[in-house]
Write a protein that binds this ligand. Sequence first.
Ligand SMILES: O=C(O)CCC(=O)C(=O)O
Ligand SMILES: [Fe+2]
Length: 526
Amino acid sequence: MEDTDTLLALLSSLLDHPISDHAVLLDALVKHDGNVEKAARYLSRENMRGKRQAQKRKRTASLDDWLSPCTSEASPSGTRSKNTSKLPSKRAAAASSASAKSVQDDLIPSSSTRRASSSSHGKTSRETSISLSGSPCKVKPVTNNEFMNILRHPNSSNSSKPVPPKFPPLTLGTPVLVSDHTPCTLHPSILPSELACRLFYTMMNESRDWKRNKWWLFDRVVESPHRTSFYARGPASGTESPDLQEAAQYWYNGRPTAPPSAFPPAMEEACEIIERVVNGEMGRRKRFPLEWGGAPPDIDNPAEVILWRANVAAANRYEGTKESVGFHSDQLTNLGPYPTIASLSLGTSRVFRLREVIPSNEKDKRSARTYNIPLQHNSLVIMHASCQETFKHAVPPQNTIDLFHPPFPPPPSLFSPEDVEVASSNSRINITFRFYRPDYRAELTPRCRCGVPCILRPDMKNRYTDNKATSGTSGERNAEPPSTKKDIVAKYWWTCYAGAQNEGKGCNFWKVMDVTAEGRGPFVEI
Ligand SMILES: O=C(O)CCC(=O)C(=O)O
Ligand SMILES: [Fe+2]
């Protein structure tokens, strides 16, 4: 789960000269197949080259000076040489974005494109003054894009390919904006405020026992930059108890963990409210063919249609500004395809970041955009079906956060009212409520040659198939079925995950999920 963050941390740790710009680090990783050591060597070389070029620039006249000798007096030459020196890095960003292979992009989704998005499509015009025989004359303003095209080698592959427009990150501050741009919905204030506060105190107390997950990456052990824990809910009355023990064991990066805790009472209360909201929304949304289509798992109340029962929850605590989770999509091993995940935020407000993974066959037509959703105390984001297949999500580090002051005093059994940890808290608690599907229960998970349960992931880069009837496109509210019938995930992969816990050594096992051969279902439509 920590893929991007971990790679970045490792890469930074290998550099002699720190680089704070994540986009630069990500570009280097993409260029080198996620190989941290090669990326580090490359950045060191680039650093040396940059220094040499800077020295050379001092000795020679700038390109601007050469193009427009007369203007060096008319405007400060420092400004112009600064613009000129940016050009090579823009070209490098465009080139690396074009060369990123699908597998790396899946690992590191936002790198080069994000960097390019912020730099290469500015509408700023370069207004160049040219002097002929010493008299200044104005020429037509040239956009940065036009200027790049002039400089580009005519045979370079970029010259023939149209580059899709890129847009800066967008903050989605309202429920309407969230549902218009993403396959998610936002409920800014979901629980009665007393319950939200009680649950915050409960989870802050529980989190004293939560652990940072550890796993192997290449040849070293890395740690998650936040603490986490896993909870299993008791069975609904009248139903059989699903065995969630084994699934819970492998919840995080294949690491065998302690048995899951039961939902504390405040979490159960919150879950019942959230479950009703989620089911209400699912009932109104178009459903995807591979969603769970079985009998309602809870038969408590036959009048109410129950499509989704939160039978497990994962909880995270992010303390301070720097604790985070990198871009990832949630493993589908026990959730199955097109899961719905309900994510509750308590305590300090943090940004939840979403970014679509653009399928390979659309890369030339459109580019991914980053969406930032500020999540206040007591807000709920529902990641609806297709979110895990088409978007990655993250909680990035921030420079600043607002301390959270709970509106009710803490229960004396847990904290004293002056306890700074809760009276003026810098922590965010996140609880993701999930439905572990019976047809994806742990005993049915294929094992790799290492004997360890595989993980299930969608092939996000090649997600279209042409031959199945289907429902709405991700991110489009109330979308009509497209006439091309091209919006369901074609492939999911079962892959070895043993390496995460076995000194980085796995068996590279993979196989395509075959729902018929594996006896999965029932699905909404198949
Ligand atoms: O803290 C959050 O909002 C996201 C947590 C998350 O992505 C996860 O637990 O998989
Ligand atoms: Fe997640």
